[in-house]
Ligand binder design. Structure first.
Ligand code: FE2
Length: 187
């Protein structure tokens, strides 16, 4: 699977049904392409693929449980692509904390959270790209999530418990990027 076909797949599922989500995904993927230049080719390609597909589980035809990281991971598993990708999609951006609130933690735990650099970079890129696809600070992005979902929604309820994991991933990713000579594109 090439990253072009990943892009086409994401466009097919998201562009018309969820245009704002599609703008976010394009922003994450564009920034992933810049970051991938610092990685070994296979790792860079995996990061870009994961960026294109991380939110595909929001697509109405794929949204079987209503928990997008799980629906997305199940969808990419059906495509038969590599197992690392399933885990990256399943666990992106502290999804396990939201899964506990939503009641699907056991299902999500069927997928492996690889906890490596690629995973941290995906979390970082997702959590520093606005809903419209612009680079923003992690703090701004979290404030937006908090405001958009409110304290009752499972996403809002998971924010507190997930914040340590989120911040740690962003810190590790940023440290690595700075060491690699990559200039952060957000404030
Ligand atoms: Fe997501």
């Amino acid at each position: 699977m090439s990253t072009d076909s990943d892009r086409d797949l994401a466009e097919l599922y998201l562009a018309r049904a969820l245009p704002r989500r599609w703008r976010h995904v394009q922003g994450v993927a564009r920034r992933a392409e810049a970051v991938a230049a610092h990685l070994a080719p296979a790792d860079g390609e995996l990061l870009v693929t994961a960026a294109w597909l991380h939110d595909i589980g929001y697509a109405p035809p794929l949204a079987t449980t209503g928990f997008h990281p799980l629906d997305g991971a199940n969808a990419v598993r059906e495509l038969g692509v590599g197992e690392r990708l399933w885990g990256l999609v399943a666990h992106h951006s502290a999804a396990i904390h939201e899964a506990r609130e939503f009641g699907v933690a056991e299902q999500l735990d069927q997928f492996r959270d690889e906890q490596g650099l690629g995973r941290d970079l995906l979390w970082y890129l997702d959590m520093t790209t606005s809903p419209d696809g612009q680079p923003v600070s992690f703090g701004q992005r979290m404030a937006d999530v908090r405001a958009r979902y409110g304290p009752e929604h499972f996403v809002g309820r998971a924010l507190g418990p997930s914040m340590g994991d989120r911040q740690a991933a962003v810190d590790r990713a940023l440290r690595w990027l700075v060491d690699a000579g990559h200039r952060p594109d957000h404030n």
